[in-house]
Design a protein around this ligand. Structure first.
Ligand SMILES: C[S@@+](CC[C@H](N)C(=O)[O-])C[C@H]1O[C@@H](n2cnc3c(N)ncnc32)[C@H](O)[C@@H]1O
Length: 303
């Protein structure tokens, strides 16, 4: 491993270790096609997969990755599922972001490989602004939640939603006193109303389909133990890496567009700086490796 430069006070660099190797950096992003990189990730090593692939709707990611449609898109989807599902640990889980156009087929494919636990509807809180008059306006994404086994890891407490003081007061009758659910908050439901990242949002990075941190943090907190490993095969602007950094989970991701890799590195650096003091030795880094290198052997430094 060579000396690493500092970006915004944070050491950013690569590792000469295999992904998820015990000596690998806690946050690793590989600038390469996930189909090529993922083979080096050991089977059964991942606690949580957050999969946000191209939706098959023709978005411009600076490459041709979202130009497939119909059966070609579904065939490609089966290929990435076959590549990532074996990486799950026995208690591991997977979230898949998609939309109604392909969710029925994608969920059936995953149900053949895993157990379906939930369909979560992400209400993007799109304002009402006219639009099509030939159908209902679509304002949600579909998120499938799948587990490898029935005894999958799931910790609800860190993602409970606190009751507002008014509701708490209304529940102040003696029969509610000391109730854990009143103190720790309620169980999130399968409808998540969280605003999409609009252009003026301070969280906004230079990526066309960046997901809100709040959503990915909920997944990471509930579905990956502290110190566990999260895999994001389609890392984009690095939302999952930031969530892992903020909550002490390890991260392995893949992204083919080098510009998004840089965006992700910058976001992780900024998030690390915004965090309360961390022990110097524990300073997390997002290590990035480029596609002309074997990430196992040739670290690549992001300027
Ligand atoms: C929907 S976006 C992910 C957005 C991400 N969740 C975020 O919050 O920024 C999908 C990403 O997958 C990347 N991608 C597409 N095909 C890929 C592949 N075979 N290997 C790695 N990355 C890929 C695209 O460049 C794009 O950035």
């Amino acid at each position: 491993m060579r000396a690493l430069p500092h970006t915004a006070g944070l050491a950013v660099g690569g590792a000469d270790a295999l992904p998820a190797h015990p000596e690998a950096p806690p946050l690793q992003l590989f600038q390469e096609d996930m189909f090529e990189g993922i083979a080096r990730l050991p089977d059964g090593s991942v606690d949580l997969i957050v999969a946000d692939p191209p939706y098959g709707l023709g978005k411009d990611y600076g490459n041709d990755s979202d130009l497939l449609s119909g059966q070609a898109y579904l065939d490609w989807s089966e290929r990435w599922m076959d590549a990532v599902v074996p990486k799950l640990a026995p208690k591991g889980t997977l979230y898949l972001f998609c939309t109604w156009q392909y969710s029925p087929e994608l969920f059936v494919m995953l149900k053949r490989r895993l157990t379906m636990i939930n369909e979560i509807i992400w209400d993007r809180r799109v304002p009402s602004m006219g639009g099509t008059t030939r159908k209902y306006s679509s304002v949600h994404d579909n998120i499938g939640f799948f587990a490898r086994a029935r005894d999958y890891y799931f910790d609800l407490d860190p993602v409970r939603i606190p009751y507002d003081p008014e509701t708490k007061k209304a529940r102040s009758r003696p029969r509610f006193e000391g109730k854990k659910w009143l103190e720790v908050g309620y169980n999130p439901k399968d409808l998540w109303s969280i605003s999409r990242i609009h252009r003026q949002d301070p969280e906004r990075a230079n990526h066309p389909t960046q997901k809100p941190l709040e959503i990915v943090e909920r997944m990471v907190l509930s579905s990956c133990p502290r110190g566990g490993l999260v895999l994001d095969p389609f890392a984009g602007s690095g939302t999952t890496a930031v969530a892992c950094l903020r909550h002490g989970r390890r991260f392995v991701g893949y992204e083919i567009n080098p510009e998004y890799v840089q965006v992700a590195c910058a976001r992780v650096s900024a998030a690390a700086l915004a965090m309360p003091a961390i022990e110097p030795d524990a300073t997390p880094t997002l290590a990035a490796a480029n596609d002309d290198a074997s990430p196992a052997s040739r670290p690549h430094l992001i300027p």
